[in-house]
Design a protein. Structure first.
Length: 470
C-alpha cells in the first residue's frame, strides 16, 4: 500500500531539513560572503555558488546529535604564479584573522570548514576559473598541491534535468529517503555525491510520461528496483563516471568489501520496500514500511525531542526580503509580474516579420579580458564587474546584414532612487555584443532585438536574460 499521507508526514517531520535550519544556512552563507568580500583575499572573486546537497535540494535533517552541513564554492580568477595550495591556505588565513571565525575553522584538503558550535558547518572551497582554458573550473587540493577539474554547475543542471525527467520532484524526495535510510541503518556506506549520481542514472528521459513516478512511494519502488537491477548486473566494483566530467570516477573510494556490502543491502531493502508497497492491508503495510524506515514512520508527529532541539537553536533576526532574496530562496518564478515584466520598458517600433526567428541571449562575466566565465539567466552575481552579452539567431551568430539592439532594464530600490531604471534600447558595442557594468542590487534584465538592415524589419527577439546582482 502506498501510504502517501504517511510519507508526506514522514518527509515533513523526520527527513526534510526544517525551515529554521535552512534559514540558518542562508544567514551563514550571507555572512561568509561578506567576510570574504571585505577581506584582502588576493584572487578576484567572480561569484559564490551553493554546492552539494544544499544546491541539489537533497539535503536532509541530520541524525540526532550530528551537525548539518552545506557546501559553498567561491569562483575566483587565477592568480599569477599561485600554486593550488595557496588558494585554500590564503582563504584559511582570512578566517583565522577574523575574530568571529578564528576559533571555528578547520582546514581540509580542498576547503575551509566553519563549525558552528556543533549545530552546523559550512565547507568553503575556492574554484579557479580559466586557469588553462577559458571554460575550465578547477578545485584546489592543498595536500597534493594540484588543481583538479570540476563541473559543479553542470552537475547541478544534470541532476535538475533528471528530476524534471521523472516529474513531480519525486527523484529528489526519493534521494532524501535513501540518504536517511543510510544514516539510520548505518550498515552500508555510500558518499552522498555517489549515491545521488547512481540514482540519477536510473532515470530515463521518457519517465515523466511512463507512469513510473506518479507519487513518492511508487517513485521509491521504481528507482530502488532499477538501482538494484543495475548493481546485481555488476558483481565487481564498477566505474561510475561523473555524468558531466567522464574523466572523474566517483566510485574510486569503494573497495570490493564496501561495494559488495552496499550491493547486498540495496537488494535487501528493495525486497522490503516491494513487500510494503504490495501489502493490501493498511496496518500490515504500515508495519512493513516501519521495518524499512523505523518506528516513526506513520506515527502522529508529536516529536517532543525535535521541539526541544529547535528551542535550542539561536533565534533569527527579522529581515525584510527584497526581490534578490526571493530569487535566492525560491527562484525567479516566485517574483511578482511587475518585476519580471516591468511597465517602464520601451516598446519596440520596428515592424516585425510575420514568422519570427528564434533569438537567444548568452552572457559571460569577468574583470580581465580573455578570462570570462559563462553565466546563466537568474544566477546571482557579485557587483562591480563587467558582464558581456551576445545574441544568437537560430543558435548561430547573426550574419552580415543584421544588427542587434539591446533593451536593458533595471529594477530594485537602489536603481529607482538613482533614477537608473532604464528600459530603453541600446546599440551593440561590437557586432551582436553588449557590455554592461554590474552595479545596483536588484533583478535586472537584458533582451536582444535583431533587425535586418536592408528593410529595418524586426526578425526576432529574445526572452529576458535575468541578471541578479547581490
Amino acid at each position: 500500500m502506498k501510504q502517501i499521507a504517511a510519507f508526506n508526514d514522514f518527509m515533513a517531520d523526520t527527513v526534510n531539513l526544517n525551515d529554521t535550519r535552512i534559514d540558518l544556512l542562508d544567514n551563514s552563507f550571507e555572512a561568509i560572503k561578506k567576510v570574504i568580500r571585505g577581506s584582502d583575499y588576493s584572487p578576484t572573486i567572480l561569484s559564490f555558488f551553493r554546492h552539494g546537497s544544499w544546491a541539489h535540494k537533497t539535503i536532509i535533517r541530520p541524525v540526532e546529535g550530528n551537525p548539518f552541513d552545506a557546501d559553498v564554492i567561491v569562483f575566483v580568477e587565477p592568480e599569477a604564479d599561485w600554486q593550488a595550495s595557496q588558494y585554500v591556505n590564503d582563504l584559511a588565513r582570512v578566517f583565522r584573522e577574523n575574530p568571529i571565525y578564528k576559533d571555528k575553522i578547520r582546514v581540509f584538503s580542498h576547503c575551509v570548514t566553519i563549525e558552528y558550535a556543533g549545530e552546523r558547518k559550512m565547507d568553503i572551497a575556492p574554484c579557479v576559473c580559466g586557469r588553462v582554458r577559458e571554460d575550465d573550473r578547477e578545485v584546489c587540493d592543498r595536500n597534493s598541491n594540484v588543481f583538479q577539474r570540476t563541473e559543479p554547475e553542470k552537475y547541478t543542471d544534470w541532476l535538475t534535468g533528471r528530476n524534471a525527467a521523472a516529474g513531480g520532484n519525486h527523484v529528489r524526495k526519493a534521494t532524501r529517503l535513501l540518504k536517511y535510510l543510510r544514516d539510520i541503518k548505518t550498515n552500508f556506506s555510500c558518499p552522498s555525491f555517489l549515491l545521488t549520481t547512481l540514482l540519477g542514472l536510473q532515470i530515463n528521459d521518457g519517465d515523466k510520461d511512463s507512469g513510473s513516478f506518479p507519487d513518492l512511494p511508487t517513485a521509491l519502488c521504481t528507482i530502488v528496483g532499477r538501482l538494484d537491477d543495475w548493481l546485481q548486473a555488476r558483481p565487481f566494483v564498477p566505474v561510475v563516471s561523473n555524468p558531466v566530467l567522464p574523466s572523474e570516477n566517483q566510485a574510486s573510494s569503494w573497495t570490493a568489501v564496501s561495494y559488495g556490502n552496499f550491493r547486498s543491502k540495496i537488494n535487501l531493502y528493495r525486497g522490503w520496500i516491494d513487500q510494503a508497497y504490495a501489502e493490501t492491508d493498511a496496518e500490515e503495510s504500515l508495519k512493513k514500511w516501519r521495518k524499512v524506515f523505523g518506528d516513526e514512520f506513520g506515527t502522529t508527529p508529536v516529536r517532543k525531542a525535535l521541539v526541544a532541539t529547535e528551542a535550542r537553536l539561536p533565534a533569527l533576526d527579522a529581515v525584510t526580503r527584497d526581490e534578490v532574496d526571493t530569487v535566492r530562496v525560491r527562484g525567479l518564478g516566485a517574483l511578482a509580474l511587475d518585476i519580471l515584466r516591468p511597465n517602464w520598458r520601451r516598446t519596440p517600433t520596428w515592424v516585425s516579420d510575420l514568422i519570427a526567428a528564434k533569438v537567444t541571449v548568452g552572457a559571460k562575466i569577468g574583470k580581465v579580458e580573455g578570462r570570462l566565465m559563462g553565466v546563466k539567466s537568474g544566477m546571482s552575481l557579485e557587483p562591480n564587474q563587467s558582464i558581456h552579452f551576445f545574441s544568437k539567431l537560430g543558435g548561430l551568430t547573426p550574419p552580415a546584414g543584421y544588427r542587434t539592439h539591446w533593451r536593458v532594464t533595471n529594477t530594485g530600490t537602489v536603481a529607482k532612487l538613482k533614477g537608473a531604471l532604464r528600459g530603453e534600447f541600446n546599440d551593440s558595442d561590437s557586432p551582436h555584443m553588449r557590455k554592461e557594468w554590474l552595479e545596483f542590487r536588484g533583478v535586472h534584465m537584458v533582451e536582444a532585438f535583431i533587425v535586418r538592415e536592408a528593410d529595418s524589419r524586426l526578425v526576432g527577439f529574445s526572452e529576458p536574460f535575468y541578471v541578479v546582482i547581490e
